[in-house]
Each structure stands twice: as structure tokens, then as C-alpha cells.
Ligand binder design. Structure first.
Ligand code: SF4
Length: 412
């Protein structure tokens, strides 16, 4: 590997890391260095949260330790057979970069991943050393997200959890057949085994903290994973079902969906075109439906078409409501919270406000209008004291009436 200066390595290794979407820093504990000699914090003033135009978080120093890899996953620009320029940081170089960027308030923490060099254990040791040194040698209290390597020794993965806020293992592809085809050196069993070990370690850590305040924290922001969307033939229905299974089995904090981006010098088995970014957005909306709106995976799948794909022109909650018209209209003055959460156009905040206000007075359509972005979207699905949609819920052109007219992305 040619000798490169830090700037050149940073350019290569930050660029190589951009394909990983699972970098949000949500869910960790509050930790502050105020009034001490420590450096960094996970919350509070002065920390910038910036997002790239494609919606990805850039407030972390998001880099790879190296983009060299002994594996040859077809969808990955860093695969062994890829013709990209290679670079590698030492663990101490990443430590110094993180501290320097933090002091300049460029970042709120570190997201570190790596190609696999020499062996999964060797690579994992290097990743852990970065986190260890930041925490122990420099008393760094900012956010750290470490990607862990499924084939590494569980002891090393456990060490990662002691220093990092979040640890993650990518399941990579939504189906086993996709993984076999596009990442033949990876095994869904080994990935699931490693996620299961992490889940156990996180739970043990929580239990220990309940019993002993002095017990070390273990990955307080939990574990997450990422799935690539559109590189294989998996339908949205399969992706949603897989994500729900992962949340259930491994108590994940987040599943991230990353629309496959065609990479330079791509393998011939990959599609030539990326899926529409809107597909990724619809999957995130489905994810929210399951996590915050009480939808079961099978109900989200009901919103999909016969080929299992979610519509791109309307959000999955509206798509489901248009198919489940017998569930509507919902009386906002009487319906339970679960039914209100299913009304297209009503978000969790609006539902909370409805439940609080209706204790004091009966709600009118105007009241609901003040709580939503589009009363036209909500109206066919609700009853208020002065409004009943009569036959509107059954009209054939209901979708045309309530579908958004603009292209801007909306969240329910
Ligand atoms: S193991 Fe990771 S870095 Fe290596 S080729 Fe596969 S996806 Fe890329």
C-alpha cells in the first residue's frame, strides 16, 4: 500500500464509509464533561447535528479503519476484487483525528467500521483499541458507534460493548438467498449468532446496572443493523417481515435501510440501477408504523401490492387505510388510542393532543385541522361532533382525493 498522508487517507476512508447508513446517534445515555477535565458529551448545546442532502447523518466522524478487505461481497466497493485505492489508519491515527475533530466541534462522536484485514479477530482488536484508547487514555465521553464483525471472538465483541455506546452488526441483505448469492463468505447463522450474543451481553449489562450502580455500562444505545435494499430481489413485504423478526429476536434499537447504490467497477451480478430513494423512505415509514403506531408486520404487508411492494406515491399508513376501509371512520371523541394511531394524517403527537383535549370538550373538525398538516387527508377517516364523512370513506377515487399533491417527503 502506498504511503499516504492523513488527509489523503481521510478522503479515501471517509468516502468508503458513506455506504453505511446506520449512523444515527439516538438512544444513548446522557454523559457530560462539564466541570471536569474530560472531553466530549453525548447531549447538549454546542453539538451540531448535520444531515447530508440524502438524509444521512454527518455529525459523526464516520470512517473506516481500512477499506482493504479479504472478503469479496459483490455489493461492496471495498471487496477484495474491487479496483479502488486502498488506505489504512492505525488505531492511534483514528483516536487523534476524533479528538481533533471533536475539539473543533465538527462532530459529536465517532462511527467506525472496517474492512476485514488479516482475520476477523485482528480487525476487531483494532476497532476495540480505538474505542478503548478514546475512553481510557483520553477520557472521551462523546458518542462511539462501532461496527462489529460477526466472525470475531465474542470476547472481543463484548469488549467493544464496554467502550462503545452502540454496536452494530449488519445483516446486509434481507433474505438468506440474497446473502448466499451476494456475500457468499458471510453466513446468516453466524450473523444471527453474533447478534444473539450481543443481545445477551446488553441484557446482562442492564441487569448488572440494576443491582450495582458501579457495574460498567454495556452498549447503552443498544445494537442496530443495516439492510441493503434493492441489491437483490427481496420485496418490501420480505424486508418488513425480516426487520420485524430482527426487532423481536435481538431487541434491536434500529434497523436501517440503505438503498443500494451502484458502485464503480460493479460486479456483474448486481442491478445496474439503484432503487428509487422513495422506496427506502417508505420502508422507514413502515418501520415507524411497527415501532410507534402499533402495526403488526402482516398489516404493513397488507399495504403492499400483489408483488409485495409498497406504493411509492402514498405512505404505507394511507395505503393500508385505503385497503382496510371497514376500520373507518374513527370517532376522534371516543375511539381508543390504538384506533386513532391508525388514522392517516394523525401522528403520535396529534393523537396525544386529541386524547388530552377531548377530556375537556368534544372536538370539532377545526380542532383536528389545527393538529395536522392536511385536514383533507384526515377528513375521510374521522368523525367529529360537526363532521361525518358519510359515503366518502367508500368512494372509489378516495386515493386521488387524499394522496399528496406535492413531491416533498412527508412523515404520515
Ligand atoms: S466484509 Fe464488509 S468490507 Fe469486506 S467486502 Fe464484505 S461488506 Fe465489504
Amino acid at each position: 500500500m502506498a504511503q499516504l498522508d492523513t488527509r489523503a487517507k481521510l478522503a479515501i476512508l471517509a468516502d468508503a464509509a458513506k455506504y453505511d447508513a446506520s449512523c444515527a446517534s439516538s438512544g444513548t445515555v446522557k454523559r457530560s464533561s462539564e466541570g471536569s477535565k474530560a472531553i466530549g458529551s453525548t447531549e447538549g448545546m454546542g453539538i451540531c447535528h448535520a444531515y447530508a442532502p440524502d438524509g444521512r447523518c454527518i455529525s459523526l466522524l464516520k470512517i473506516l479503519l481500512t477499506n482493504s478487505c479479504i472478503f469479496d461481497c459483490h455489493y461492496c466497493i471495498n471487496r477484495k476484487s474491487s479496483n479502488v485505492r486502498r488506505a489504512r489508519f492505525s488505531a492511534q491515527e483514528v483516536v487523534q483525528l476524533t479528538l481533533a475533530f471533536y475539539r473543533r466541534n465538527y462532530i459529536e462522536g465517532l462511527f467506525l467500521s472496517s474492512g476485514i484485514i488479516r482475520s476477523p479477530n485482528y480487525t476487531m482488536e483494532q476497532l476495540v483499541e480505538v474505542a478503548r484508547s478514546l475512553r481510557e487514555d483520553h477520557d472521551f465521553r462523546g458518542y462511539i458507534h462501532l461496527k462489529t464483525i460477526p466472525d470475531a471472538d465474542p470476547e472481543l465483541v463484548a469488549q467493544a460493548g464496554l467502550f462503545a455506546d452502540r454496536v452494530s452488526i449488519n445483516v446486509e441483505l434481507p433474505t438468506d438467498r440474497g446473502l448466499q448469492r451476494l456475500a457468499p463468505e458471510k453466513s446468516s447463522e453466524r450473523i444471527a449468532g453474533a447478534m444473539g450474543e450481543l443481545k445477551g451481553a446488553i441484557e446482562e449489562g442492564h441487569d448488572a446496572r440494576k443491582r450495582f450502580k458501579s457495574a460498567p455500562r454495556f452498549a447503552p444505545a443498544g445494537q442496530s443493523t443495516q439492510m441493503i435494499v434493492g441489491a437483490d430481489s427481496a420485496s418490501d413485504g420480505e424486508i418488513v417481515t425480516r426487520a420485524a423478526g430482527l426487532y423481536d429476536r435481538f431487541a434491536l434499537r434500529r434497523v436501517y435501510y440503505s438503498a443500494f447504490s451502484p458502485i464503480p467497477d460493479a460486479s456483474a451480478v448486481l442491478p445496474l440501477q439503484r432503487p428509487p430513494l422513495m422506496r427506502e423512505h417508505r420502508l422507514y415509514q413502515s418501520d415507524w408504523l411497527m415501532r410507534f403506531y402499533g402495526f403488526k408486520p402482516a398489516e404493513v404487508v397488507e399495504a403492499a401490492d400483489a408483488s409485495g411492494m409498497l406504493p411509492l406515491d402514498i405512505d404505507p399508513k394511507l395505503a393500508w387505510a385505503l385497503k382496510a376501509r371497514d376500520q373507518f371512520p374513527v370517532d376522534v371523541n371516543r375511539a381508543p388510542k390504538e384506533a386513532l394511531l391508525r388514522v392517516p394524517g394523525l401522528g403520535t403527537k396529534a393523537v396525544k393532543a386529541i386524547l388530552a383535549s377531548r377530556r375537556w370538550r368534544a372536538l370539532r373538525l377545526d380542532d383536528i385541522g389545527r393538529l395536522t398538516v392536511s385536514v383533507a387527508k384526515v377528513r375521510p377517516f374521522i368523525v367529529t361532533v360537526d363532521w361525518r364523512p358519510t359515503a366518502l370513506t367508500d368512494t372509489i377515487d378516495l386515493k386521488t382525493r387524499v394522496a399528496p399533491k406535492v413531491e416533498q417527503m412527508e412523515l404520515f
